[in-house]
Ligand binder design. Structure first.
Ligand SMILES: Cc1cc2nc3c(=O)[nH]c(=O)nc-3n(C[C@H](O)[C@H](O)[C@H](O)COP(=O)(O)OP(=O)(O)OC[C@H]3O[C@@H](n4cnc5c(N)ncnc54)[C@H](O)[C@@H]3O)c2cc1C
Length: 519
């Protein structure tokens, strides 16, 4: 059998694979996209963030993909693609539970954290209903002219001096593909990781965790005792990625506009083994018994698909690139769904890989650029694991958990702002992992979070967190009077123009451009 020849083969047609295939096509490269399954199909990973949507928009503009742009905001999505299901996401909502006790909020909302991401619905973020979202993107890629092979099971990859040879079967017929460069977009422990036998390595400061999740119908609203009469939260708390945190884990609840709710739990091995996550739905029911207020939300809910148990959520490969192949960040590693870091990490990688492809593998600078890509991917994953690891360590100390999560919100809002101002070089890696000062502070603070608590450790850490984020805080996160309800206010950006080295007028222009009204 003779091989089909392409310049680029991208394996895996999730949103990342399809986007990158369209980008490669726009760069004039003969591209094939290879998928094991068939769209539309279920895949987990749904909640977007302001930074993720901004990166998606940047990619759509740079690579002339106008049909992607409406998907970057709730308002345009609803106007232009009402047939594609999604969920409205105005922010990040956290509730802290104790096992066996109902959730009761107090006047100061101490067991809550609400961080607004958008001041109105029009420019809000979304939860991507992936069967629709990914199907749409792959359809667009095909109409642009990207070659597409679905239902293709690749079994081997061989590297040669001129490229890569991939072999497998498509609908029981043998398939052989020769490509000058191969990009793996198949997710954690994916195709190249297995085919090339790449080594796996552990994150330095992250516990072993497991996941259990499904899609549901008839999920109820949060009961009355989640709200405080007489006080108005910064956004409707359920129009968000809702996190129910408990010692050793957390539950996500993401509502789509088609009656489906995505929900699942990520927890340490101790919790997962005690509840027997490997038993599927019975474990979910056992968890709900321990979280009576969440049980109320799910009392009439029924799963629309079998539960999926992920026995090991976190993953990191020790090799991200070879001379003729590269793994996208989502194939190179995964930390945890907490804080929805998967999409921005993936899209940063997609964007960087676009720049690598632009240079081309015949260019003398290519090996260095590929190496830089690998280093950034590994550093961003490691930094994410430090922060999320610190959050796991403090799930039984919610006051500290809240403070630590502000590190994420500060870095993300700063990065978003400087990018929107056209100064992406100031957004030095995800979570500002290359920032000369913040990166070290984040690392030290996260390490301290693992230390045994003492009477003054909360205050000391709180002070250090405040010092770390204050110089970057463009979102009012250091304004103690707001704690723990942080609205998204355009006025914060104007007031903090100096922190992003912008004039008030530049901020005004940016706000108008982004659809954020000046308050
Ligand atoms: C439980 C969980 C919850 C998450 N929640 C969030 C969240 O809320 N927000 C967020 O930002 N991130 C989240 N993530 C991370 C998110 O899932 C990923 O960042 C995202 O899916 C990456 O997209 P992708 O297109 O690269 O890969 P994927 O979405 O994993 O798509 C991979 C594609 O490759 C195909 N494939 C797999 N193997 C092969 C093969 N051998 N050959 C050919 N094709 C193959 C698959 O069928 C699939 O179509 C979550 C992850 C998990 C595990």
């Amino acid at each position: 059998m003779s091989a089909q020849h392409f310049q680029i083969a991208i394996v895996g047609s999730g949103f990342a694979g399809s986007l990158l295939a369209m980008m490669a096509h726009r760069l004039g490269l003969a591209t094939v996209l290879i998928e094991r399954g068939r769209h539309p199909r279920f895949v987990i990973g749904e909640s977007s963030t302001p930074l993720a949507n901004l990166l998606l928009e940047e990619i759509a503009v740079e690579y002339d993909l106008p049909f992607v742009r409406p998907l970057c905001k709730w308002g345009t999505w609803q106007r232009q693609f009402p047939q594609l299901a999604c969920g409205l996401k105005r922010g990040f909502t956290f509730y802290h539970h104790e096992f066996g006790k109902p959730f009761i909020t107090d006047a100061g909302h101490r067991n809550q954290l609400l961080v607004g991401a958008s001041p109105n619905e029009a420019i809000a973020d979304t939860h991507w209903y992936r069967p629709d979202f990914d199907h749409y993107l792959v359809t667009q890629a095909r109409s642009l002219g990207v070659g597409y092979l679905d239902e293709t099971v690749l079994v081997a990859a061989r590297e040669s001096t001129t490229g890569m040879h991939l072999t497998g079967t498509r609908r029981d017929e043998p398939v052989e593909i020769a490509a000058e460069f191969v990009i793996d977009a198949t997710g954690p422990r994916g195709f190249l990781h297995r085919a090339l036998g790449l080594p796996e390595k552990r994150f330095a400061a992250f516990p072993s965790t497991q996941g259990l999740f499904s899609h549901f119908q008839n999920v109820g609203a949060l009961p009355q005792h989640f709200s405080t009469p007489g006080s108005t939260p910064p956004y409707p708390p359920e129009q968000a990625a809702v996190h129910h945190v408990f010692p050793g884990g957390w539950v996500w609840v993401l509502k789509f506009n088609n009656g489906i709710t995505s929900a699942g739990v990520a927890a340490t091995d101790d919790v997962a083994e005690e509840l027997q996550f490997n038993s599927g739905e019975p474990a979910w029911q056992r968890l709900l018994k321990r979280l009576p207020s969440l049980a109320e939300v799910f009392k009439s809910a029924n799963p629309v698909m079998p539960f999926i148990h992920s026995p090991r959520l976190a993953f990191q490969t020790a090799m991200v690139t070879g001379s003729r192949w590269a793994l996208l960040p989502s194939a190179a590693g995964f930390v945890d769904p907490l804080l929805s870091t998967g999409f921005p990490l993936t899209l940063l990688g997609v964007q960087r890989m676009g720049a690598v492809l632009k240079l081309g593998w015949h260019h003398s600078g290519f090996p260095q650029q590929l190496n830089d890509y690998a280093e950034s991917t590994a550093l961003e994953l490691e930094t994410t694991s430090r922060l999320v690891g610190a959050l796991y360590a403090t799930m039984n100390r919610f006051e500290l958990f809240k403070e630590l999560s502000l590190l994420y919100f500060a870095a993300a809002s700063y990065s978003e702002t400087v990018r929107r101002l056209g100064r992406p070089e100031r957004a030095t890696g995800f979570l500002l992992c290359r920032h000369p000062v913040f990166a070290t502070q984040l690392q030290r603070i996260c390490a301290s979070a693992h230390e045994p608590p003492s009477s003054d450790s909360l205050n000391v850490l709180r002070q250090r967190i405040c010092e770390a984020i204050e110089p970057l805080d463009v979102a009012g996160l250091t304004d103690r009077s707001r704690d723990p309800w942080y609205p998204a206010l355009a006025s914060d950006l104007s007031r903090n123009a100096g922190k992003v080295k912008a004039s008030e007028n530049e901020i005004r222009v940016m706000l108008a451009r982004c659809g954020l009204r000046q308050h």
